[in-house]
Design a protein around this ligand. Structure first.
Ligand SMILES: Nc1ncnc2c1ncn2[C@@H]1O[C@H](COP(=O)(O)OP(=O)(O)OP(=O)(O)O)[C@@H](O)[C@H]1O
Length: 628
C-alpha cells in the first residue's frame, strides 16, 4: 500500500475502524485541526471498507460514497484508492445529481414549483415597483418564466449544467443544492434508494458543506432501518465559506472522534498555527511525527509600510528569507518555489496583468458569477479556456477537430460527406478569423472573439451567455439579471491578452493563490500576504482581527448575538493559510501604521518579534557587503 493509505495508523484510525466494523446503522464525526490527517483517515476508512466488505457490496451492486470539496481533491482520493470501482468519489454537486437524475418526475415537479415561486416573487415586486421601466423589466421577466412554465410539460429528460435553463430542461448548480436535500426529506423512497445504493457515505471538509445538504444526509440516516454508515471529516476552525455548516450536529448515537496530532508542519510553523487558534477554541496540536523526523523549520512575521512598493518589498522579503533559510527556492516562481497566498484575487490580478478582467467580474454586489471567477469556472470565460484559446494556439487541423468534437456541437451527428466537408470548411474559416482577432488583441477583443466563435457555431455557450450573444436566438427566454448583464458588458470590453495571466493564476501555474483556494493543500514554503489597504475584502478584515481597526456596528451586533463575525471569519482564514506550510512560513503584513501593527501582533500573541522593512534591508545590505 502506498500514499496516504499506507501511513501509520493513529488512535483515530482505529476508532473509525471499530465504528465501520459494526453490523448496524451507525455514524461518526471526525473533528480535528489542520494537517492532522483527516483526509488521510478518510482514505484509510475507504480502503478498510473496500477490503472488508468487497464481496457483499459487489453482490448487491453497492458502492462506498466519498464526497469531496473540489474536483482536484476527488482526483487525489481516486488516486489514493487506486481507482477502486467500489469507491464512488465525487464533489457534492455531482454526487447529488447522481442521486436525483433517475427521479425525473420529481425534478419536474420541483422545477415547476421553483418557477411558480419566481413568478410569485415578481408579482410582489410588481406591486411595489415605482417606475415604468422597472415594471416593464419585471413584466418581461414574468413573460419569460410563463413561457418556461409552458414548455416544461414537454420536457422528457432534465439535465444538469452550470446555470439553469428550465424551459429547455436544464437545472443549475445552485438548484441541485436546494432540490436534492429537499426531496431527500420529502420523498421517503428516495432516502431508502440512497442508503441501498451507498451503505457508506463519507464527507470530507464537512465544515464547508451546506447546512441543507448535511440535514438531507442526516435525514437519510434517521429514516433508514438498514445497515448504513454516515461519516463526516472536518474542522469547524477551517470553515471559510459563508454557506458552510461549521460544526456537524451529531446524532446522539454517533461516535465523536478527534485527532490531536499535526503531521504536516515543522516545529516553528506549528507554533504559529497553534497561536492563531489559541484565541478561537483554544485547541492546540502536538507533533504527530517522531521528534527526530520533525524539522525545526522557519516562521517569520514581517510588517511592511502600506506605502511600500509591493513588488520591491516582496522581493526584499523573499531575498531575506533566502538568506536566513539558505534556501533559494524562496526566489523561485516555479511550482515548488514560494507559494504566495493573497487575500483577494485583485492582488494577484494586478501582479499578473488581468485587473480589468477582475474588475469586470466584481461589481459592487457580486452575484455567484464573481465567486465562479475566483475558482476559474465562470461560464462566460469557459469558452475561452476550452475552445477559443486552444483553437488559436494549435497549428494543426487534427488538434482543432478534436477540440471542436469535444466542446462544440458543430461537427457532431453529421450525415453526408458534402455536409461534413462544408462544415469543416466553415470551421476552418471561422478559426482563421478567431486567430486574427486574438493576435490583434486590444480593447473589446474578448467580445469580438466570443461573438465570432458563437456566430460560427464553434462554441456551445451556457444558455444565459447564448441569450446575451443572440437575444433573439433559441435561448431568448433566458432571464439575465441586471448584475449579470453588467458583468457581461464589462467582460466583452476586456482585452483577450488579460486571459493569459488569469489562466496561469487559476491553474496554479503562478506563485499566487488566494487564501480561500488553498483549502486542503500543502506547500513547503508559504507566504501569507495580509493587505487590507488594497481595497475591501468582503466579509474579512485582518485589521479588525488584529484590533487595528474598530469593529463596525454590524460586527458588534453579530458578536453580541453569537453570530459569525468579521474577526472570527478572518481568524479562521488565517488559520487555514498558516497551516498550509510544511517547512517554512512567512506572514507579510502591509500596514498603514507599522508601530500599531507591531503592537497588535504582540498583544494578540501571534509573534514576539515581527520584522520591519528597515531591518530586512539592513540585513540584506550587511550580507552583500564584503568582509575584509
Ligand atoms: N498517520 C500519519 N502518519 C504520517 N503522516 C501523516 C499521517 N496522516 C497524515 N499524514 C501527513 O500529514 C499531512 C496532512 O495530512 P492530511 O492532508 O490528511 O490532513 P488534513 O487534516 O486533511 O489537513 P487539512 O485539514 O489541513 O487540509 C500529509 O502530508 C499527510 O501525508
Amino acid at each position: 500500500m502506498t500514499g496516504r493509505a499506507g501511513t501509520a495508523d493513529t488512535d483515530a484510525d482505529r476508532q473509525i475502524r471499530e465504528v465501520l466494523a459494526k453490523p448496524c446503522k451507525t455514524g461518526f464525526v471526525v473533528t480535528a485541526g489542520a494537517g492532522s490527517g483527516k483526509t488521510t483517515s478518510l482514505v484509510k476508512a475507504l480502503a478498510y471498507v473496500a477490503a472488508d466488505r468487497r464481496v457483499q457490496l459487489r453482490a448487491r451492486t453497492q458502492q462506498i460514497a466519498c464526497i469531496t470539496y473540489t474536483e482536484v481533491a476527488a482526483a487525489e482520493i481516486h488516486g489514493d484508492v487506486q481507482d477502486d470501482p467500489l469507491v464512488h468519489v465525487s464533489t457534492i454537486h455531482s454526487f447529488l445529481w447522481g442521486l436525483i437524475a433517475p427521479f425525473q418526475h420529481d425534478i419536474g415537479t420541483w422545477v415547476e414549483a421553483r418557477i411558480a415561486a419566481k413568478l410569485a416573487e415578481i408579482d410582489d415586486d410588481l406591486a411595489s415597483a415605482r417606475t415604468a421601466a422597472k415594471r416593464d423589466s419585471l413584466n418581461s421577466d414574468r413573460a419569460r418564466y410563463e413561457r418556461q412554465l409552458a414548455t416544461l410539460k414537454t420536457i422528457r429528460t432534465f439535465t444538469y449544467g452550470v446555470g439553469p435553463d428550465y424551459g429547455r430542461g436544464q437545472v443549475g448548480h445552485a438548484d441541485i443544492l436546494k432540490m436534492v436535500p429537499q426531496l431527500l426529506i420529502e420523498r421517503p423512497l428516495l432516502a431508502k434508494v440512497v442508503a441501498a445504493r451507498f451503505p457508506f457515505i463519507f464527507v470530507d471538509e464537512s465544515q464547508d458543506t451546506e447546512a441543507a445538504v448535511v440535514a438531507g444526509l442526516i435525514h437519510v440516516y434517521r429514516t433508514v432501518s438498514s445497515d448504513f454508515c454516515l461519516g463526516f471529516f472536518g474542522d469547524p476552525m477551517q470553515q471559510i465559506y459563508p454557506a458552510g455548516i461549521g460544526r456537524i450536529p451529531a446524532e446522539p448515537d454517533w461516535t465523536l472522534i478527534t485527532k490531536p496530532e499535526n503531521f504536516r508542519s515543522s516545529r516553528r510553523v506549528l507554533e504559529v498555527v497553534n497561536r492563531v487558534r489559541a484565541a478561537a477554541d483554544g485547541d492546540q496540536q502536538l507533533h504527530g511525527r517522531p521528534a527526530e523526523q520533525t524539522p525545526d523549520g522557519h516562521a517569520y512575521f514581517f510588517i511592511l509600510p502600506a506605502t511600500a512598493d509591493r513588488v520591491d518589498s516582496m522581493n526584499a522579503v523573499r531575498r531575506w528569507l533566502t538568506l536566513r533559510t539558505s534556501n533559494t527556492d524562496w526566489l523561485s516562481d516555479e511550482p515548488g518555489g514560494a507559494k504566495i497566498l493573497v487575500p483577494m484575487h485583485k492582488l494577484a490580478a494586478r501582479r499578473l496583468g488581468f485587473i480589468n478582467l477582475h474588475t469586470a467580474f466584481h461589481p459592487k454586489k457580486p452575484p455567484a458569477l464573481a465567486a465562479a471567477f475566483v475558482d476559474g469556472t465562470a461560464w462566460p470565460i469557459t469558452p475561452f479556456a476550452n475552445v477559443i484559446l486552444p483553437l488559436c494556439k494549435t497549428g494543426n487541423d487534427g488538434a482543432a477537430l478534436r477540440i471542436l468534437r469535444k466542446h462544440s456541437s458543430l461537427l457532431r451527428d453529421l450525415t453526408g460527406e458534402s455536409v461534413v466537408r462544408a462544415r469543416l470548411t466553415a470551421a476552418r474559416e471561422a478559426i482563421a478569423a478567431l486567430r486574427t482577432i486574438v493576435a490583434a488583441a486590444g480593447p473589446e477583443s474578448i467580445g469580438h472573439a466570443l461573438k465570432t466563435a458563437h456566430n460560427n457555431g464553434l462554441i456551445d455557450p451556457v444558455p444565459q451567455l447564448a441569450c446575451y450573444l443572440d437575444p433573439e436566438g433559441p435561448h431568448r427566454d433566458q432571464v439575465i439579471s441586471d448584475k449579470t448583464r453588467e458583468i457581461l458588458d464589462a467582460f466583452m470590453a476586456c482585452d483577450v491578452r488579460e486571459l493569459d495571466g488569469y489562466f496561469r493564476y487559476v491553474s496554479s501555474q503562478s506563485p499566487y493563490s488566494t487564501q480561500h483556494a488553498t483549502k486542503g493543500a500543502e506547500f513547503s514554503r508559504v507566504v501569507v500576504l495580509i493587505d487590507d489597504s488594497e481595497g475591501p475584502f468582503p466579509s474579512f478584515s485582518y485589521d479588525k482581527l488584529l484590533g487595528i481597526t474598530e469593529l463596525s456596528a454590524t460586527d458588534r451586533e453579530n458578536t453580541a448575538n453569537g453570530k459569525d463575525n468579521a474577526v472570527d471569519r478572518t481568524r479562521r482564514l488565517l488559520y487555514v493559510c498558516v497551516s498550509r506550510a510544511r517547512e517554512e512560513l512567512a506572514v507579510v503584513i502591509y500596514a498603514a501604521n507599522v508601530e500599531a501593527a507591531i503592537l497588535a501582533l504582540k498583544v494578540n500573541q501571534l509573534t514576539d518579534q515581527p520584522l520591519t522593512l528597515n531591518e530586512i534591508l539592513n540585513d540584506l545590505a550587511a550580507a552583500s557587503t564584503p568582509t575584509t
